[in-house]
Ligand binder design. Structure first.
Ligand SMILES: Nc1ncnc2c1ncn2[C@@H]1O[C@H](COP(=O)(O)OP(=O)(O)OP(=O)(O)O)[C@@H](O)[C@H]1O
Ligand SMILES: [Mg+2]
Length: 245
């Protein structure tokens, strides 16, 4: 999707804006410059079942909750309401094209401009977007998590901290089997079939290679307390002094 120059956050000062410098002075009616500081964007990638959500939750526990919002890339799976259920089942949900990254990029830009978004709601049972959306207000810390958040260069270029959660494949597949059977109504045969024919090859082709873009590789996800502590210290250092906790 092409965007006009004026749509870019920060307008002519795009480069400055991307480096996390304060936005240009406020125009009449806009919030004061102090509250218009660019939020911090953290990207958390990693294979299925690696513990991305646990890392996001661990960060949320340590950073003032009112200052943080988590955006899941899963919410941005493409709308497939025009497809039959049978066709939806056959879609490759581990390929970068499965995600509506144009919309995700647009929403992240809005949050970085401190504008609210209407986040889509994805149903794993219906394999498509639901009619309702969730209003999400901008916060000082935005955490974007999902298997392929480091695959899109536009998103990578916006991130202040890029993380890859690196967990052994045997642990990941066990977690995946339990989750899909317990919460997504799948059978063990269907989970294993999807893992071997789609999830694993797509992981090797698209997810694993994005590890090279990470600033920080976290082994064992949310249970790695040392990594979480280091990360939280870094995040706090990027926040205005009054907002630290
Ligand atoms: N409609 C669908 N049918 C089957 N699988 C789907 C569907 N939509 C998404 N998926 C699967 O969802 C996975 C993405 O979710 P992910 O594994 O990141 O969640 P997670 O278990 O929460 O990970 P983590 O433990 O790291 O938080 C993809 O591997 C994809 O195969
Ligand atoms: Mg998750």
């Amino acid at each position: 999707m092409r965007r006009s120059h004026t749509e870019q956050p920060g307008g002519n000062r795009r480069e400055d804006w991307r480096r996390g410098k304060p936005l240009p002075p406020a125009r009449p009616g806009e919030p004061s410059p102090a509250t218009r500081r660019r939020p911090v964007l953290i990207g958390i990638a990693g294979g299925t079942g690696s513990g991305k959500s646990s890392v996001a939750r661990a960060i949320a526990r340590h950073v003032n909750q009112k200052n943080l919002v988590v955006v899941e890339q899963d919410a941005y799976y493409r709308d497939q309401s025009h497809l039959t259920m049978e066709q939806r089942r056959k879609v490759n949900y581990d390929h970068p094209d499965a995600f509506d990254n144009d919309l995700l990029y647009d929403h992240i830009c809005r949050l970085l401009r401190r504008q609210p978004i209407d986040k889509p709601v994805y149903s794993f049972e219906q394999h498509t977007r639901l009619p309702q959306t969730i209003r999400v207000e901008a916060k000082d810390v935005i955490v974007l998590e999902g298997i392929l958040v480091l695959d899109d260069k536009r998103l990578r270029d916006l991130m202040d901290i890029k993380i890859f959660v690196d967990t052994d494949p045997d642990v990941r597949v066990i977690r995946r089997i339990l989750r899909d059977i317990r919460y997504r109504g799948r059978t063990i045969e269907s989970v294993i079939h999807q893992y071997l024919t789609v999830v694993r090859p797509m992981h090797l082709q698209f997810v694993e290679p994005t590890k090279r873009y990470a600033d920080l590789i976290i082994p064992e996800g949310g249970r790695n307390q040392v990594a979480i502590d280091l990360l939280v210290t870094k995040i706090r250092s990027l926040l205005p002094r009054t907002d630290r906790r």
